[in-house]
Design a protein around this ligand. Structure first.
Ligand SMILES: NC(=O)c1ccc[n+]([C@@H]2O[C@H](COP(=O)([O-])OP(=O)(O)OC[C@H]3O[C@@H](n4cnc5c(N)ncnc54)[C@H](O)[C@@H]3O)[C@@H](O)[C@H]2O)c1
Length: 255
């Protein structure tokens, strides 16, 4: 295993979900102190305990990205405990209204507002409070998770697609506005990534259709996103900024 994060502190919001826990483990395996942030503190504690059991360093910490006070408190505690942060990965998603994300005619606007509040405004809030800390550290990385849904027209989930497209714009802004101060910013756009919760939720027929859509012999796994996140957050990604990188087995191919 590489050791690209020795002496580095990386915070991740949504660090104990299917993809997030894979990323947290990978960063810790490479020497990072990982601040495992999640609205589900029990899950964050479990991920941090698993990392510690393998000899890694992780601190579980509650964050609700939809709540500015929670975001500022999270960052304040991370910085005061570890002296600063070198990277902030915003990966969380509140999926509680996914099934309501139907179309602009039918959708309940309360569901729209909730999705926008957490999954779009929340990403903005993390950026607002993390970037000054990266600058104070002398430079660092923002990283975000979007989705292949941002590139294709789907008959459902228009709000999710809008939100994820917006994250591309946010990241490009950060790269452009703060690049000269040493801040890089990139987005990972995953395709279908199978983790236990996902595998249980999706039936075999859905997975079979998903497999037909990729050019690789298998569907994605959290370790695929973790490998790209580690590259982009490390100095191996030093000249990569303002990019949206698809990790989707070739499901989408863009010029
Ligand atoms: N799994 C996939 O196939 C797939 C595909 C494309 C994009 N994505 C994106 O990848 C990211 C991770 O997805 P996942 O499949 O691991 O989802 P997941 O539901 O397993 O994990 C999401 C995590 O975010 C946390 N969370 C929810 N609301 C939060 C809030 N307000 N504040 C902080 N944390 C909060 C949850 O507790 C959970 O740990 C998401 O941004 C998702 O949109 C996933």
């Amino acid at each position: 295993m590489l050791n690209r994060f020795e002496g580095k502190v990386i915070a991740i919001a949504g660090g104990s979900g299917g993809i997030g826990s894979g990323v947290s483990h990978r960063l810790a395996e490479e020497g990072a102190v990982v601040i495992v942030g999640d609205i589900n503190l029990n899950a964050a504690e479990q991920t941090a305990a698993e990392i510690a059991a393998k000899g890694g360093r992780a601190m579980p910490l509650k964050i609700d990205i939809g709540d500015e006070a929670s975001v500022t408190s999270f960052i304040k505690i991370a910085v005061s405990t570890h002296g600063g942060i070198d990277g902030f990965y915003v990966n969380a998603v509140d999926s509680s209204h996914s099934r309501d994300d139907s179309d602009p005619v039918a959708i309940d606007m309360a569901a729209y507002d909730h999705m926008m509040h957490v999954n779009s405004r929340g990403y903005f809030l993390c950026t607002r409070h993390a970037v000054p800390q990266l600058i104070a550290r002398g430079g660092g990385c923002m990283l975000y998770t979007s989705s292949g849904a941002a590139f294709v027209g789907l008959p459902n989930r228009p709000v999710y697609a809008m939100i994820k497209s917006g994250i591309h714009a946010l990241s490009r802004h950060v790269a452009s506005r703060f690049g000269k101060q040493g801040v890089r910013s990139n987005v990972i756009a995953p395709g279908l990534i199978l983790h236990p919760v996902m595998a249980a939720a999706l039936g075999p027929q859905f997975l079979e259709e998903g497999l037909k859509g990729v050019k690789a012999p298998r569907l994605g796994q959290p370790k695929d996103i973790a490998a790209m996140a580690a590259l982009l957050l490390s100095d191996d990604g030093a000249f990569v900024t303002g990019q949206v990188i698809s990790v989707d087995g070739g499901a989408t191919m863009r010029p």
